[in-house]
Design a binder for this molecule. Structure first.
Ligand SMILES: Cc1ncc(COP(=O)(O)O)c(C=O)c1O
Length: 392
């Protein structure tokens, strides 16, 4: 994904500055980036899995594949999810995708037409907003608080208008880092059933819990009801460059998805990469990688929390319990206006208004622990503090 699209430091700067082995220009600290640092991408695990794959000589995965994805990969994924989440996941509830983004785009294609209304959290993942804009969808926002999506507000708005779907990031939200409580999950699903509304639950941070486990993923409801579609990804637990993810939903819903023109023409998504991921999962490396990432991110999270307390005591935030993000409020400040000055100091962040469908949230910024190690995070927060205070 291009640097321009990820809304990092401006494209022009990327073009003129030397770029060495990283997608952030040399000398910059982009505290807003939600990319994992390059050292976290498990190239050795992928090499081992690839060697096993190539020595298998199995050419079937170089052929057009079954619409759901290749069978043995789906079985391995279902077994992994069942064991890791201690839930019963059946492979007939899974569909392979090119990541959560492609899943979301596909669902917009299949369930909406231009001008349709959808309910979206405020704030929400800013690049999901771009996907909705591509499909020319009309967005009605629903607030988010410490327990996630405000279900009273969903209920109130449903009495006036019917969306094609509700898009939610229930666990370790991007950018707000909050998690939908179990009670609200139950209420949301009841409402969806009563009103027959689709819930798209984007659960890409489900596996990255640092202190206590979050509620079970929304995906669990998909075995009971047809109104929940969970989208998930290997981007946060293995590597974004694999472009590999999955949909988990009711088999009845899947039977509609597999009849899409996209899968009809291209066959199932990513059979080749899925085959390599299969060997990696079978070797136990996925579970090991998640454990490794959790340890590293937990350490970085503590470093960012400490640095914010030390250098920016006026910042208001709740330290996350999982995922990547600190959603930081600076009361009375228009954070976007600080960005140009931050660039001059070789610092970047993501201003809150990127995550708003109403051009609001100016007092907020998103900071991330995914791209830098603890000393760089401390250095970055120190520089950010100087620049927010107008120093050099
Ligand atoms: C909430 C959310 N959904 C989806 C994505 C993109 O996932 P993928 O790489 O699987 O397309 C991200 C990545 O930042 C994300 O934060």
């Amino acid at each position: 994904m291009s640097c321009q699209v990820r809304h990092g430091i401006s494209y022009t700067l990327y073009m003129i500055l030397p770029i060495v082995q990283t997608d952030v220009p040399l000398g910059y600290i982009d505290l807003g980036s939600g990319n994992p640092s390059l050292d976290l991408l498990p190239i050795e695990m992928l090499q081992r899995a690839s060697e096993l794959y190539f020595s298998s000589g199995d050419r079937r995965t170089l052929q057009y594949g079954a619409e759901h994805g290749i069978g043995y990969f789906l079985t391995a994924l279902a077994e992994f999810l069942s064991a890791y989440l201690q839930l019963q996941v059946n492979s007939d509830a899974l569909l392979v995708t090119n990541g959560a983004s492609a899943a979301l785009d596909m669902l917009c294609t299949l369930y909406t037409k231009p001008g349709d209304l959808i309910f979206v959290e405020e704030p929400t993942y800013f690049l999901a907003r771009s996907i909705f804009a591509d499909h020319k969808l009309q967005v009605e926002t629903i607030s988010v608080d410490q327990d996630g999506l405000d279900i009273d507000e969903v209920e109130k708005k449903l009495s006036r208008e019917m969306p094609k779907f509700v898009y939610t990031i229930p666990t370790f939200h991007n950018p707000a880092s909050v998690t939908l409580s179990q009670d609200r999950r139950d209420r949301l699903v009841n409402l969806a059933q009563q009103e027959d509304i689709l819930i798209i639950a984007d659960e890409v941070y489900q596996f990255l819990a640092y202190d206590h486990e979050p509620p079970e993923p929304m995906a669990v409801f998909s075995s009971q009801v047809e109104q929940v579609i969970s989208i998930n990804s290997f981007s946060k637990i293995l590597a974004p460059g694999l472009r590999l993810g999955w949909i988990q939903t009711h088999p009845e819903v899947l039977s509609r998805l597999v009849r899409s023109g996209l899968l009809g023409s291209g066959g199932g998504m990513n059979p080749f990469t899925s085959a390599i991921a299969y060997y990696l999962i079978q070797a136990g490396d996925l579970a090991d990688n998640i454990a490794r990432l959790k340890g590293i991110y937990q350490h970085r999270l503590a470093a960012m929390d400490k640095a914010l307390g030390l250098y920016l005591p006026e910042a208001e935030y709740t330290a996350p319990h999982g995922g990547y993000y600190f959603w930081v409020r600076f009361p009375g400040m228009d954070v976007s206006k600080m960005r140009a000055r931050a660039w001059k100091s070789k610092i970047d962040f993501r201003p809150g208004e990127l995550f708003s469908s109403q051009m609001g949230l100016q007092e907020y910024m998103r900071l991330s622990i995914s791209y830098y190690d603890a000393p760089q995070i401390e250095q970055g927060i120190m520089e950010l503090a100087k620049c927010l205070r107008g120093g050099d």
